[in-house]
Ligand binder design. Sequence first.
Ligand code: GLY
Length: 561
Amino acid sequence: MAVSKAVMLMPRGIQVCVVALALFTATPSYAADTSAVGVHGMVVSESEDAARAGVEILKQGGNAVDAAVATALAVGVTNPAACGIGGGGFMLIYIAKAHAFYALDYRETAPLQARPDMYMRNGKPDEDLARDGILGVAVPGEIAGIDAALRRFGTMKFQQIAAPAEKLAGDGYAASPHLAGEIAQLASKLKNDPGLSQVFLKPDGSAPKAGDMIVEKNLAATLKSLCDDPVRNFYHGQVASALVAFMKARGGLLSAADLTNYRPDWRDPIRRRYEGYEVYAMPPPSSGGVVLEMLGALDSGHLAGLGVNSPPYLARLIEVMRQGFIDRERYADPDFIGVDVQKLLSDTNIQQLRERALHPKEMRPPPAAHDHGTSNLLVVDKDGNVVALTTTINTVFGAKMSVPALGLILNDEMDDFAVAPGVPNAYHLEGERANEVRPGKRPLSSMTPIIVTKSGVPVMTTGGSGGPTIVSGVLQVALNILAFHLDAASAVAEPRIHEQAAPDIVIVEQAMPPATRSALEQMGYKLKVVPNLGAVGAITIAPANLRGAFDPRKGGGAIGY
Ligand code: GLY
């Protein structure tokens, strides 16, 4: 069977290669084909190299879980500004043989020495302390999560699935246009960190161009050193010692006890119907419930009649997003705060949300959009298993610090906590007490991979990156497929909007037609136009007909076979 592959055009001369079995509608605003068709399997990632790593594992006989963790490790190498072994994530898994869903939470936790007032200085919150620098670092969960997934559902050992990532790190890879842009933007901060500057800047301190090779030898060695017992070697062994010594020398809180105590959590996935579908999502501390609430409020909304991205549709979306984000403040780490998901997803709460959305009474003030880290990937294998995985080190290049000897970039996930009630984080999300810092607690996340079934069988999966725009992006791409019946590539490429209750601004992509924007302004919405809103990938699933698309906004790869 012919291979179908779609990748972003790269300046270094990589050819756009599309041997598709079917043609998709041309995307409205991006030149390169972002879609692929597969018969047996499909991997979609925000990195073409990483998607290739996942497919390599599928072809070696690995299942969707093997391929997903191989892709995650590889994307941690090739999208190092977004994710990596210094971070953590969520994995939503469908195992076809068992007809069952599983939700793996390997989000970072606050160090045991963390305190709710740790970012207060002279009685005032200093939110920058939670972002750039050592106090932003939470306990990494990535390796523990990968290990837990492999042990429960994988068919391969760690070294086999890590091999593509080790090779990319050791031999080098071509910087994507997105990565080159991020390095250029942050060059002045990267310069201050010996490890980051050595790997990601040229000897003269300038940023590499797209297509230039980046080599991460120390990261390759670290991955190799984990052998086939990554938890023991990362959380208890030499990696732990090096990490703890680094933290101690710089006044960080993360300790040996934090690493030995870290555990990933298998949680019950949450779900809600939308039209004739069941939508499965990650439970708290993910924002999966917020997407389900929004979909619930739009259920039976006859959206198709309004037209994709028509002003009346967008107005309805804006009001529902606004109410969904107000409810987001009720979500937090369920191990610390009672989050009544049943109640939040109940018909009564969704009816109330719909009423508030249809009859808005209040508008709320403040600021703007922000660039974000994080990376999403999706895998379907020949047996119908599905994995939707989102992984992060939080903002671009996390804490902007690395442990040079390990090639490990430190996350700044502490910024996803509420530094103090009402104080906005890097994404302008205002925190509530439910999400305050507590030792061992996981911060509330916007990452929300979903899998949708019809008559008990998966029909699509999607997930994204980009802080809170993940929630709105996943919602819109899901609706583009489920309500408007677009193919994966068109669903992903359609222009998007984002509304998160505060600030009282609707963020709109510049690809949204001017007439649509004017119509929204005439309705009284204040718009802020931005080039892009996050990145969302998707796969539609039918027997022997898998259609995957990565988001051209950030680049990546969709590879079917
Ligand atoms: N660090 C981004 C998120 O989890 O929402």
